[in-house]
Design a protein around this ligand. Sequence first.
Ligand SMILES: [Zn+2]
Length: 407
Amino acid sequence: MTKAVYYEDAYIKQFTSLIVQTGVDQAERPYVILEETAFYPTGGGQPSDQGTIEDIPVIDVEKSNDAIIHYLKSPLKMKQGTKVTGRLDWERRFDHMQQHAGQHLLSAVFADHFGWQTTSFHLGREINTIDLSTDSLSEAAVHEVEQAVNTVVFEHRPITATWVEGDDWQRYPLRKPPTVSENIRIVMIDRIDYNACGGTHPKGTGEIGAVKVLGWQRHKQGTRVSFICGWRVIHDFGKKQQLLKQLTQALNSPEDELPTAIDQLFDRQDKLQKKVEEQNDTLLDYEIRDLIAEAQPFHTYKLISTSFVDRSVKTCQKLVGSITDQEPRAIVLAVIHNDARLHFIAARGTEPHYNMNAIVRQALPFINGKGGGRPERAQGGGEAVVTPDFFLKHATQFLEKETLVEE
Ligand SMILES: [Zn+2]
């Protein structure tokens, strides 16, 4: 049985002890068991400690029956009975103590003020969560709880622990019955919380530091609340402050006017977008006029055979549509080349009676393409395995054949 010295003093950062057993487990992880340890093993919602034993990193600590097993990064090549030194990653442990004790307070106040029970707790690497038995958590309730919890923090109330046996726990106003029947540890936060708990806690609420709820969302039948405590609040505030500084500089606006500055930015962008669209339409009109002016005579009609590179298919469709609307004698064969794709549009005005769909269907196999449409307008897309010029040359030949069919 390993003696857990973290229960005598949760502030032991370094200790010496004797090796009881070393070995490798079924998953080939080297481990060591000591006579006593300050390393807290995973349990009760609190992750295990890390640190070193004889300078070998301790990766994980688990409790198995009465033994506390330290899993090491590499084997400890020392005999049973040898004295070793263990050092905790104190920053990690103290962080766990702050988050864990902060959770005690949050859960206690949610229960006392609103009757909402905590059904589960997760201490995460960055953010912690508790699940509450309510689906009606409000901004006002969160504010009230934060105020009450942080008041208890600033009152620096003592946190103590005691061990009881058998039914003795019934003498304490525990929030719920203990899950173990012997060696029951009761953790008391003065005048607010009595809990059967095996975790590590600071000796007073002041050491928890600020407790801040970050947000909440519906989860199953209840609500999942995310929060941080202590140093995490300081670090998070620092990050947010840095972010705000960047935003105020980028938007050239004081902090509390940022929302207005962002609204204005969106507004300006909308207006610019509209202007750009208008100007694009104007440019498109010029392009359409030029294309019609440069059309080749084709029998009694006007043939516009053209290709575009890196242009949206939608814009080109609009362009082709405008040409056939404006020029009833127009026949348009247009290819759009975008990266590895070719898109083909064949369309005509009201005067020619060629079947553009037939041309598209005959031409698309050149690019392993698919598509179709109506006799007056059809299109399709495929792979850019031939050049636009090659494709247009053949599409024009199909058009010639169509004229033969027509005549
Ligand atoms: Zn606890």
